[in-house]
Design a binder for this molecule. Sequence first.
Ligand code: ATP
Length: 586
Amino acid sequence: MRYSSIADAYERIEATTKRLEMTDYLVEILKETPTSLIDKVVYLTQGKLYPDFFGIEIGIAEKLAVRAVARAAGHREKDIEEDMQKTGDLGETTQKFMEKKTQSTFFSTPLTVQRVYETLDKTANSTGSGSVDMKLSMLAGLLSDASPSEAKYIVRTVTGSLRLGIADMTVLDALAVAFGGGKETREELERAYNISSDLGRVAKLVAEEGIERIKQFEVLPGEPIRPMLAERLSSSAEILEKLGGKCRAEYKYDGERIQAHKKNNDVILFSRRLENITDQYPDGVEYIQKHVMAKEAIVEAEAVAVDPQTGEMKPFQELMHRRRKYGIQEAMKEHPITLFMFEALYVDGKDLTLQPYPVRHEYLKKIIEKTDNVKVAESIIAENPEELEQFFEKTVDDGSEGIMCKSMNQDSVYQAGARGWLWIKYKRDYKSEITDTVDLVVVGAFYGRGKRAGTYGAYLLAAYNPDTDTFESVTKVGTGFTDADLEKLPKLLDSHKISHKHPRVDSTLEMDVWFEPKVVIEIRGADITLSPIHTCAMNIIREGSGVAIRFPRFTGKYRVDKSAEDATTTQELVEMYRGQLKKIDG
Ligand code: ATP
């Protein structure tokens, strides 16, 4: 298959802001792809070579890419850099210089997808001495044989700036149409994706073996399962009513969510975003090896930092000491952890994700050997609001954030990748504040003035709407930032700066700067109001109005453990708005 087919599809996808058209173009390209290559094409369209949890990035520094372009186009690096200052995009500059070159030469063998993929794979995997030169010559070789448009996309891919805006959900829609037999099969494909986190594998399987095979799809140790998430309510009575009069209420620990995969003595730990964080928790690995009494298992736990002297639980922030490459051994000593286990999703050949929670909980109790550092989350079974309220108050007294109330009904499966009413969180915050904190995505900014001249003054924040797969603006925030934040946040955002509003961002505001929806921060607001300016939940509560968060403040928490799609959703904000009204009325 020629790489030009892909580059042409990219051109078309880039020219549209409509998700439906984007899906149509994807369907076309997927149908054209030989089945043996489907996985690779899926990864490439998202600017990757492997699913995220592999942790392999193509990652070529821009400087090196400039050198490769200069070599392939027969120009000086300085010329390329100067032009890039003007275009702001090395891809566009590459295309321009390659066009100049093709006027005088013919290109040789046409590029195939295989060759592009394999070359990028080799560059991604080459390390050690001499690897820079090798990367340079491999990339320059590829570019020399590429057409100007192909070269543009290759350069964007290797520098991590192929920003076509093709979300996972768009790929799933396209797969359903191309190979599933129609849109209605998207649900089965989505489940397969939710329990494997590998779009390429799902794509290849449905293309090769059809939708019936996808229906049989099961979890596999080594492949992370997308996490199940909770809805929220603010009274014991409402919670019990929603859960059918009975629930298991557990401590809601404030640490880092960890999904542990055990295969004999091998253990992999995944974060909430499904990054491989095994290296950050050598102690966690050891606990799983020794105290999960199964040959193979997938379990979930909250890792909580504990005071080595007193054994008291410490707040989430303490775990940030683990987010580093070196000095883990010291961090382990100074900030030891306890694992509070709350899920068993797979045990010795059995996929438990479709079993009701009481069954999964039984398995969990059976396979966990309790120690000081490994525990099953403390819980009660509650059948009336009084006992639930008492338990809630006890947990809050203990310094916990609150409780997680879990359905025990027959249908209480593990809803991978979904936020639903089978889990309901009841947090301390709801009692004293009108709104809980929310996690929002930074999508734009205004330049600052006065003390903030030269940096950004206020940021435009958005909530995620999973139905439309867009980010809807909900507030502008300029307070709560320390001097250190004012330095750190622009740095975090700069690599996501784009010249126009992102196709998945829904906003009527004119911003000075736009960003790809990537960075998530935690905000506390005073209340939620209706607003004609913000697009979040537009027309849902009232025609012509969306909802907005008033008097927002940055809490200081960067939600690096969340991707943009994990941000607070439009639906959650609508519920928070309605809950707030109920409280005022009542
Ligand atoms: P969310 O994960 O729901 O998007 P969040 O990261 O802001 O939101 P919360 O809403 O406060 O976190 O709570 C959910 C998180 O609570 C889970 O992702 C998990 O990390 C943690 N947690 C602590 N104790 C438990 C428990 N017993 N069962 C399930 N999750 C728990």
